[in-house]
Design a binder for this molecule. Structure first.
Ligand SMILES: C[S@@+](CC[C@H](N)C(=O)[O-])C[C@H]1O[C@@H](n2cnc3c(N)ncnc32)[C@H](O)[C@@H]1O
Length: 272
């Protein structure tokens, strides 16, 4: 099963524990909002800035961004996610100056650029969503997204590094499902290489570290399940000797702590 198929079946009200997930991971978004001046990024000198959110999920990022923005410019936000549940959730959370434009129930790999139009966007962001794009598809996905940017427009990808706990959780979690080999997620390093190799823009990157602190068994189960995109009882982790030892190594007092390294990758399309 591809990781996109896993995301399609996992993101539902029944399986995705939004509260628990963002209790633990909201720090990623707060740090991103400190690291990047989104007001400046979105100020393109026109009354409306055109943006595409690739892999919009349930709209956490725009909801945290919105209070930091001034009423002008308006931001016309097209949403792309293969999961219609995610499109609905994000569209329902948008508040001025963000307003929903196109809603595209496709993957980044299958996006038909004519749906948006060449050189029609000022900014494209992909927040924690490139994990699902196979490495072999990265050069064509990036070239296609850059082709949607106006001259000087920016593609911004936010993703964990290979040495982060996100990667370790999925590696260890696979021990619990030996009969179902999963495709590995894609982390920041190959995405950075593909963006740096794009001939029609200027690439830059920065990174920062955060800790995910988990304070209850219920949150731990939700956190690990979301990482795997498979609802998995905590008892299964604890019953597997390798997984249990790995989990125990992350215990600090009454909490579990998972270090993460997150990268901000940016590609500015060439000016005309
Ligand atoms: C980890 S969530 C992140 C969502 C949101 N950007 C956020 O930060 O809260 C990743 C999202 O990417 C979507 N996704 C899965 N496969 C994708 C693909 N091939 N192309 C684009 N988005 C994809 C999933 O449906 C999911 O909503």
């Amino acid at each position: 099963m591809s990781n996109t198929d896993r995301a399609l079946s996992f993101y539902t009200d029944a399986t995705f524990d939004r509260e628990a997930w963002f209790r633990i991971t909201a720090v990623d978004y707060h740090r991103l909002l400190e690291a990047v001046d989104f007001s400046a990024l979105l100020d393109c000198g026109r009354p409306t800035t055109d943006v595409l959110d690739v892999g919009c999920g349930t709209g956490k990022f725009p909801a945290l961004l919105q209070p930091r923005l001034s009423p002008r410019p308006q931001v016309s936000l097209s949403l792309l996610d293969p999961n219609p549940y995610c499109l609905e959730q994000t569209a329902a959370r948008l508040r001025s100056p963000l307003r929903a434009a196109a809603q595209l129930a496709v993957t980044a790999e299958t996006l038909d650029p004519s749906l948006l139009g060449a050189a029609s966007l000022d900014v494209i962001w992909a927040i924690q969503s490139f994990y699902y794009i196979p490495p072999t598809a990265l050069p064509s996905v990036i070239a296609r997204l850059v082709g949607l940017l106006r001259p000087g427009g920016v593609l911004l990808v936010f993703l964990a590094s290979e040495d982060s706990s996100y990667r370790r959780i999925s590696d260890v979690g696979r021990l619990l499902y030996p009969e179902q080999p999963a495709t590995p997620y894609t982390y920041a390093e190959p995405v950075a290489a593909a963006m740096a190799g794009c001939a029609s823009g200027t690439f830059s990157r920065s990174s920062f570290s955060v800790e995910h602190v988990v304070r209850s068994d219920g949150d731990l189960e939700a956190y690990l399940s979301q990482n795997l995109l498979v609802p998995t009882p905590l008892s299964a982790w604890r019953a597997h000797p390798g997984a249990a030892a790995w989990l125990a190594g992350h215990r600090r007092g009454g909490e579990y702590v998972f270090p993460q390294v997150l990268q901000v990758l940016s590609l500015r399309a060439d000016p005309q």
